[in-house]
Design a protein around this ligand. Structure first.
Ligand SMILES: CC(C)(COP(=O)(O)OP(=O)(O)OC[C@H]1O[C@@H](n2cnc3c(N)ncnc32)[C@H](O)[C@@H]1OP(=O)(O)O)[C@@H](O)C(=O)NCCC(=O)NCCS
Length: 236
């Protein structure tokens, strides 16, 4: 699969905020993402990244898995441990002939609140939509939520955002109410959607089936070229 999902890093923020501006009418500024990554212990963000070849993908996966593991350990640990691990992160540099990675296709995030994971954002570059990348990120969030011990996933979505609603419904989400005039730019209502219990057999079976179909679809996903980073479309 030409795209991998990995934790968002501070260095990703310029690209993330560029995509954000293409996707949302009320984009978060770079500072908001910096705060989320550095200061919010309840938040987790991921990106979908195009990597050029198998070697690059393998390197990327192992380095980032290690880094993520250290992050999780550090987040659980006491402050001296945390400091030591942060020091270790700094030493986790890329090898000399580092395989070059290209650009991000999209990103997504959640906040963990007790046993609920709240989706805070999900976005895919306009030019790369419709080939499973939104789903890849959504599955990434779902896996993350389960790994963090969440029992449910929930989110708000504009009542007019049928594309996103379809994505969530595909994963068994249902509507559980409306937040009136939730979006301040146009006073649009938000639909509140909830997953089934993440540990339930029906959710797990659906997830397994959808993941397998998604893998096949993503094998054919088109690569991200530099010029696609410049695309734009109507913001949500
Ligand atoms: C929502 C978003 C992330 C979906 O990403 P994407 O890569 O285009 O979606 P995928 O190709 O993975 O499609 C997944 C599912 O979404 C739905 N979907 C995607 N494109 C659709 C379209 N044009 N019309 C209707 N439903 C659509 C379908 O259910 C689709 O599953 P299917 O292929 O089996 O029909 C993307 O449209 C986006 O970034 N939108 C702007 C930001 C946004 O609105 N975020 C959501 C905030 S709540």
């Amino acid at each position: 699969m030409p795209y991998i999902v990995r934790p968002m890093e501070i260095d990703d923020i310029p690209e993330v905020t560029a995509i954000e501006r293409q996707c949302f009418s009320m984009p978060w500024p770079a500072n908001a993402y910096r705060r989320e990554l550095r200061d919010n212990r309840l938040s987790r963000y991921i990106v979908a990244e195009w990597v050029e070849n198998e070697e690059a993908r393998e390197w990327q996966k192992s380095a980032l898995a290690r880094k993520q593991q250290l992050h999780e350990t550090a987040a659980r640990g006491k402050s001296p441990v945390r400091r030591a691990l942060e020091h270790l992160f700094q030493g986790l540099t890329r090898p000399e002939q580092e395989p070059r990675t290209v650009k991000l296709a999209g990103y997504a995030g959640l906040w963990l609140m007790l046993d609920e994971a709240h989706v805070t954002t999900i976005a895919v570059r306009p030019s790369l939509r419709g080939q499973g990348l939104g789903e890849l990120l959504f599955v990434g969030l779902t896996d993350l939520a389960m790994a963090l011990g969440a029992r449910y996933l929930t989110l708000e979505v504009r009542v007019s955002n049928i594309v996103a609603q379809n994505l969530y419904k595909k994963y068994g989400f249902h509507e559980e109410g409306i937040r009136k005039r939730y979006y301040s730019d146009n006073s649009e209502d938000a639909l509140i959607m909830w997953s089934e219990p993440l540990g339930s057999a029906s959710f797990q079976n659906r997830l397994a089936d959808l993941k397998s179909a998604l893998n096949k679809k993503l094998a054919k996903a088109k690569p991200l070229r530099t010029e696609q980073a410049e695309d734009s479309t109507a913001a949500m």
